[in-house]
Design a protein around this ligand. Structure first.
Ligand code: IVH
Length: 673
């Protein structure tokens, strides 16, 4: 087998193992063996760019290409379903179907209603062609690159699969509970706003411009509907069973029933069982099974007459509000937290619930001592959804209002209108912010000083050993352990780890400073663009927002940070301690691109986009992210973003292909010789 044959073989093998793992839950090989095969395929594909295939299993890891979503019109509109909330409405639906079919016998296919976002997948010649969101029902966003990272969605169907040449299958993209919890755990550490439920998390993820983010967040998908008449089956159930054989994830909960009693049984059974599922469900969908009968019943303008959703009632508990406390986080964000009489809800005891912000407190009109309703409907974080005003005592407790000053340092709070949040602006003098900032600085994704932890930082801070992160670099072994020889070894380890952190890259240093809203990815973008701390610290809001990926809120937070003399001095002290404040020097190859501003767009064969960015700089050129009249040319690969293409045409900016570009800088494009 030569390398090209091996590529084809590995693609099929990996796809088969993928299905064994994600669809059948029966892996034949270990994760490690799987990774080894994947790496072998990646290496071989790197060597043979001419074999590039958008549906290769390697594409499941995502890419940093920005997908400026194109709109795609749905072949059949994506309708929603009528909702019902009680048995009476279910019965009414059943009766409507019965009379609509003139008394003919019919089956109902019962399914779970998955709580994620609808997606339409188009396959052509056994290959995934497009994945489109519901959008406005008529047209949606082309999210194909992101959908490719979902491992339970087949990219290429097997040769022996008897599917039509072209077909559409629809379903729901979901974030499983454990991925959701892990994501929120990470966001809490980074003080980013939490996702209220897996649906919001899945939707935010699928709209991400960076499919590597999507790949990392581990989405899943269940398919439940095949519009169009290419399918051979006479019923919805048969069509989905065929899709299951072709490798799609179809729920085993699907069941055909005939009577209303069976229907109620199904509802009762799944209202309990669904709590054991790995993904969120919020009801049951009932569909007339026969395709002919579906056609007979037809559609209203918004919903099919042959299907309906029954929504489960959200679980609620009633308990007493004892107190509201205000917590101050690392970036000064003040979060109101309700303290309640412990109450049992959906398998856990709930005693605290985030009240999020001042607007929510106001809208609830809360008084201390009130009886409140707590809900966890698809929301893993308990929420107070209302007050039992009838049970409010004759002399209610004081109204809950948002505090005006920081509970930790007394500084007047500032309201951040954009985020509807309050924060304590005393970021250099408020103890939880100071300690939180140091803990953030040492954290794994920042400076990774792993021999220190939150408790040690608290201890050093209380002992007056450190007042800010620059003090870490002044700590001596004897400061930690005194003259106790038995503790010297661990103290030495800490001092060495702190010393080693000076070698961490510039992007990590930016992230480690803990500037509000500047996360890991922003750290990378800023480092790449501004190259050193001197330039970053003097950047204006306009200069910052010009950078792709930096919005106005973040830009203004960065400017505010560097305007504060205390922060400026801190950065200065870190620099004096030897912390890395710049990107490594690029070795110049030539100056053939001197004076040229170049925009990169599309997919390339010989080098990655990051490599091209470096190549441009090594040859004296400037890499810019957006097209303007000042752009010299566009280095254009395949599938260039449509909006960029249009803009280039309008401004008359020349497009330079990959081979031509490599010729300009004197590197040969070996595939085109
Ligand atoms: S069938 C014409 N089946 O619920 C029928 N939808 O409120 C098309 N949903 O937009 C939909 N689980 O995103 C169908 N088993 C299921 C479903 C389901 C969840 C979602 C879907 C749809 C929404 C309707």
């Amino acid at each position: 087998m030569d390398e090209k044959e091996r590529i084809l073989f590995l693609r099929k093998e990996l796809e088969r193992h993928n299905q064994n793992y994600y669809l059948r839950s029966k892996p034949e090989i270990s994760d490690r063996e799987f990774d080894e095969l994947m790496h072998e395929l990646m290496d071989l594909e790197g060597k043979h760019p001419e074999m590039d295939d958008a549906n290769s299993p390697t594409k499941r890891v995502g890419s940093d290409l920005s997908n400026e979503f194109q709109h795609i019109k749905h072949q059949y509109p994506m309708l929603s379903l009528g909702n019902t909330y009680n048995r009476e409405d279910v019965r009414a639906f059943y009766e409507r179907v019965k009379s609509g079919l003139g008394g003919a016998p019919f089956d109902i296919c019962c399914e779970l209603k998955y709580d994620g976002l609808g997606i339409s997948l188009i396959y052509e010649n056994k290959r995934l062609k497009y994945a489109v969101t519901r959008g406005d029902g008529v047209q949606g966003d082309d999210v194909t690159a992101n959908i490719r990272t979902i491992r339970s969605i087949p990219l290429v169907l097997t040769d022996d699969c008897d599917c039509p040449d072209t077909f559409e299958i629809r379903g729901e993209v979901l974030m499983p509970w454990d991925s959701f919890e892990e994501l929120n755990r990470q966001r809490e550490i980074n003080e980013e706003p939490l996702f209220a439920n897996p649906r919001n998390a899945a939707s935010g993820t699928l709209k991400s411009k960076d499919s590597r983010v999507v790949a990392a967040r581990k989405l899943d998908a269940y398919l439940y509907y095949m519009p169009g008449n290419e399918m051979k089956g006479v019923s919805h159930y048969e069509n989905l069973q065929a899709a299951k054989r072709w490798g799609f994830k179809i729920s085993d909960a699907m069941k055909r029933i005939k009577t209303l009693e069976e229907l109620y049984e199904y509802i009762d059974f799944w209202d309990v069982e669904r709590k054991k599922l790995p993904v969120a469900t919020d009801g049951i969908v009932l569909k007339v099974d026969s395709i002919a009968q579906q056609e007979q019943l037809g559609y209203t303008s918004k919903t099919p007459r042959w299907a309906i959703a029954y929504k489960f009632e959200a679980e609620k508990a009633r308990t007493q509000l004892l107190d509201v406390v205000f917590q101050v986080g690392r970036t000064g964000n003040v979060t109101p937290v309700a303290v309640m009489e412990p109450v049992w809800l959906c398998g856990t005891t709930v005693k605290r619930a985030s009240l999020h912000n001042a607007d929510i407190i106001r809208s609830l009109n809360l008084h201390l001592g009130d009886y409140v309703f707590v809900e966890k409907a698809g929301e893993i974080i308990p929420q107070i959804v209302g007050v039992d005003t009838e049970a409010r005592s004759f002399m209610p407790g004081p109204e809950v209002t948002f505090i005006k000053t920081c509970p930790e340092c007394g500084t007047p709070l500032v309201r951040d209108e954009g985020m509807a949040a309050h924060y304590c602006p005393n970021d250099t003098g408020c103890p939880p912010q100071i300690k939180g900032k140091i803990v953030h600085y040492i954290s794994r994704d920042a400076m990774n000083i792993d021999s220190l932890g939150a408790e040690t930082i608290e201890d050093y801070y209380n002992r007056g050993l450190i007042k800010d992160v620059s003090d870490l670099y002044k700590i001596k072994i004897t400061d930690i352990c005194g003259y106790d020889r038995s503790r010297e070894k661990s103290a030495r380890k800490i001092v060495n780890a702190i010393e080693k952190s000076k070698q961490q890259s510039f992007d990590r240093v930016i992230y480690a400073l803990g500037i509000r809203y500047v996360g890991k990815v922003a750290g990378k973008i800023l480092a790449q663009h501004f190259k050193n701390m001197e330039r970053l610290s003097h950047a204006t809001i306009d200069e910052l927002t010009e950078v792709e990926g930096i919005g106005e809120i973040m830009a203004s937070s960065i400017v505010t940070y560097f305007n504060n003399p205390i922060n400026k001095e801190l950065v200065q002290r870190l620099q004096e301690c030897g912390v890395c404040m710049e990107m490594p020097e690029v070795e110049m190859q030539s100056n053939v691109l001197e004076g040229k501003s170049i925009v990169i767009s599309g997919v390339f064969q010989s080098h990655s986009r990051e490599e091209y960015k470096a190549i441009i700089e090594m040859n004296g050129g400037k890499n810019v992210s957006s097209i303007s009249s000042k752009t010299s040319f566009i280095l254009a690969g395949e599938n260039m973003g449509p909006s960029k293409y249009e803009k280039a045409q309008k401004l008359g900016i020349p497009l330079v292909g990959e081979a031509e570009f490599l010729g300009m800088i004197g590197e040969k494009d070996e595939d085109n010789l």
